[in-house]
Design a protein around this ligand. Structure first.
Ligand code: SF4
Length: 371
């Protein structure tokens, strides 16, 4: 658990009272009287007073590793480095890496012979993997190990004769990569209604897999519908939804009733960032997702005293800091971290990307800044 901190005028954190489920700032929504809410906002007049930072927020271990793979490949082999799909779904990250010499492509035809190619954190299908190998590229796989784990499970159970129901969003690269582990026998369901439509060839050996960045609650509802229709279905021992998605959603669940508005830093393509905004709205809190501070609209903060701030797993802390500065310019006088889980997970880098300090220094990065 991390301590609660206030940020002083110099931008440094200072100790503050704890904030969390057991020590609500203004009580759970529903337990706060309209008078109390009004009183909280009296000092605010039309501007925000306090920013509350969600814990955890921002980069997860898979995103950190994926970005580092591209940076290390640039440091070791020089520009250009080709990356299949956006390495992670964040505009700022992609633009930073483009500036350093990464070229993002969707089609392997756009990669010249002999080039270095990185697969994005979302993973790729077997067909893409085979094609890249056949073309002789120097390949580094930045697929998040938690996505790879799902791929391995699909391959293993397929050998045992299983068919699969995949809960996920159509067209998302992770879903394409996981479904593409097999030539057939994997059926996508996006919602409860889809569960009634799928037609597996048999129902004796059916297994559920999910995209890692779904809404935990939506996935549970769809899983229940799958179980109701196919009682023998095999569910993963542990949910495929990853720890980072779960932790960020849990933090928003705790924070939402305690703030007047929630801002999520994340790009429109980021699945887990979208889910954070949707979750807050579902809990009755006005919420907006922004790619960066320039997208904040002053009118959102009128009459709002407490501003909750979080970031999706692919959004770097530098963008959070810029959003804090912008909300401060609109009137906020204090910044406080809520109590939350401290994430310490780190995934190892692929072989062949160990670099000496000087080579890494030459690349430089502001993407891994500590929160
Ligand atoms: S959000 Fe989860 S699955 Fe995706 S890269 Fe991060 S840890 Fe891995």
């Amino acid at each position: 658990m991390t301590d609660n901190k206030d940020i002083n005028a110099e931008g440094q954190f200072s100790d503050g009272p704890p904030l969390g489920k057991s020590t609500p700032v203004s009580g759970e929504r529903g337990s706060v009287t309209p008078e109390a809410r009004e009183a909280t906002s009296v000092g605010a007049k039309n501007s925000p007073q306090e920013i509350i930072l969600a814990e955890p927020r921002g980069f997860c271990a898979g995103v950190d590793r994926a970005i580092e793979i591209v940076e290390r490949a640039l440091g070791k082999f020089g520009a250009p480095i080709y990356v299949r799909h956006e390495i992670v779904h964040n505009t700022y990250v992609v633009n930073e890496l483009k500036d350093k010499g990464a070229i993002f492509i969707e089609d392997l035809d756009d990669v010249p012979a002999g080039a270095t190619l990185v697969f994005s954190a979302h993973g790729v299908s077997k067909a893409t993997e085979r094609e890249a190998e056949a073309r002789g590229f120097r390949i580094f796989d930045a697929t998040c190990p938690l996505v790879t784990k799902v791929h391995v499970e699909v391959a293993k159970l397929n050998k045992e004769g299983y068919e699969f129901i995949m809960i996920g969003h159509k067209g998302h690269p992770e879903v394409e990569g996981t479904m593409g582990q097999l030539d057939s026998g994997i059926h996508l369901v996006e919602d409860v209604a889809d569960v009634a439509r799928i037609q597996p060839a048999q129902t004796e050996k059916l297994a559920v897999v999910t995209q890692t960045t779904l809404s935990v609650d939506d996935a549970a509802e769809i899983s229940a519908a799958v179980k109701a229709r196919f009682p023998n279905v095999r569910s993963p021992k542990q949910q495929d939804i990853c720890y980072a998605t779960q932790n960020r959603q849990d933090a928003v669940k705790i924070m939402s009733p305690q703030v007047d508005i929630l801002i999520v830093v994340g790009s429109p393509t980021s699945s887990n960032s979208n889910r954070l905004r949707e979750l807050a709205v579902k809990l009755g809190t006005e919420a907006y997702m922004v790619d960066d501070a320039t997208e904040l609209k002053p009118e959102w903060f009128e009459g709002k005293s407490r501003v909750g701030l979080t970031a999706g797993a692919s959004a770097p802390e530098i963008l959070v800091k810029q959003v804090i500065d912008r909300i401060k310019a609109l009137g906020a006088v204090s910044v406080r971290k809520m109590a939350g889980i401290e994430e310490t997970l780190k995934f190892p880098l692929p072989k062949g990307l160990k670099l000496h300090g000087s080579a890494l220094d030459a690349i430089g990065s502001d993407l891994h800044a500590e929160s």
